[in-house]
Design a protein around this ligand. Structure first.
Ligand SMILES: *Cc1c(COP(=O)(O)O)cnc(C)c1O
Length: 317
């Protein structure tokens, strides 16, 4: 506690969240998404924990993340995992991807071509995931490119497709009609690739009441984030704790913090806590977020400062 605050990452809670998702989506398998350094928690620690629960499929967003992860993991552990890159291949990255044994998600005919050329150059077949767009308009083959691919299967020469994926736009709202629409489009496309395992769902999708195909790509829920609107079934994984630095009593009408954006409506007790946006606490929590003291909610009043916040603790005994 040399600094003002301490962040705790509960790997046992992470493991429990993995088990909940795994059991919810069975008989589909659960993959772990660890892009952006394991959603900020440390990708290699996260992967070790997930692997300890039997997770064998790991997704990152960009090749650099896979490269770093491969260096951090014990070689034996690395060998036991499939590492996938969601954003696929940037031109010129094919050789590195192949050398690292990383499986790219191919999102366009250009990426497919880059990978077939790499396979030809190496004189062997290379594994890949094929992503199709089913309505989010972000990543994956659009309809016209998919039609061309289906008409010309030779475009996949030298590529060993392992998985067909797409991504849901509204999975965090269980009743959104986009979920059923994307699921039905995905199944329609899947019929054209009869032997390929399927993976459509993210965290939200894992909790939709329907089949989950063969593999689910879970991210935010592993880390304790709510997969869908409503009650959150996941265990919190991170806790940020700090000691109270100072407590003061202010009269009605007194202002608090930069800009005096909070004005006390009553005689108020303010606790100053030494954690702020320099520690990653979003400034948007000013006058909106809260801290908890012995389980009691204490609203953040005033702005979030660089290294402190002010809590209204009037009602905390
Ligand atoms: C980020 C991402 C995921 C994981 O999504 P969560 O909502 O965090 O579970 C899955 N698939 C793709 C393609 C992603 O980009």
């Amino acid at each position: 506690m040399i600094g003002g605050a301490q962040l705790t990452i509960d790997l046992e809670a992470l493991a429990a969240n993995y088990r909940l998702i795994r059991d919810t989506v069975a008989p589909a398998q659960a993959a772990g998404v660890v892009k952006a350094n394991g959603y900020g928690l440390g990708a290699s620690e996260v992967v070790r924990t997930l692997a300890g629960q039997g997770c064998r499929h790991i997704f990152v967003a960009v090749l650099g993340e896979a490269e770093e992860l491969a260096q951090l993991l014990e070689p034996e552990l690395r060998e036991s995992l499939e590492l996938y890159v969601l954003n696929g291949l940037l031109p010129g990255s094919e050789e590195t991807c192949a050398r690292l044994g990383v499986i790219p998600v191919l999102n366009s005919l250009d990426q497919i071509q880059g990978w077939t050329e790499q396979a030809a150059a190496m004189g062997r077949r290379l594994p890949a995931v094929l992503q199709v767009d089913t309505g989010m308009s972000r990543m994956g083959l659009p309809e016209d490119e998919l039609a061309r691919l289906l008409a010309e299967p030779a475009l996949l020469e030298g590529i060993n497709l392992r998985l067909l994926i797409s991504h849901l736009a509204c999975a965090d709202e269980a009743d959104d009609p986009a979920n059923a629409m994307q699921w039905s489009r995905f199944q329609g496309i899947a019929r054209r690739f009869p032997d390929l395992p399927l993976a459509l769902d993210n965290s939200g999708g894992a909790f939709l009441r329907r089949s989950h195909g063969d593999l689910v790509r879970a991210g935010i829920a592993l880390y304790g984030g709510a997969p869908q609107a409503g009650a959150n079934p996941m265990r919190p994984v991170i806790a940020l704790e700090a000691a109270i630095a100072q407590v003061r009593s202010i009269p009605a009408g007194a202002g608090v913090g930069y800009g005096l954006t909070f004005r006390a409506q009553r005689p108020t007790k303010i606790a100053t806590v030494p954690v702020g946006y320099a520690d990653g606490l979003p400034r948007s929590l000013g006058n909106r977020g809260a801290g908890w003291i012995a389980g009691m909610r204490a609203p953040i009043v005033g702005r979030v400062s660089m290294d402190s916040i002010t809590l209204d603790v009037t009602d905390v005994p």
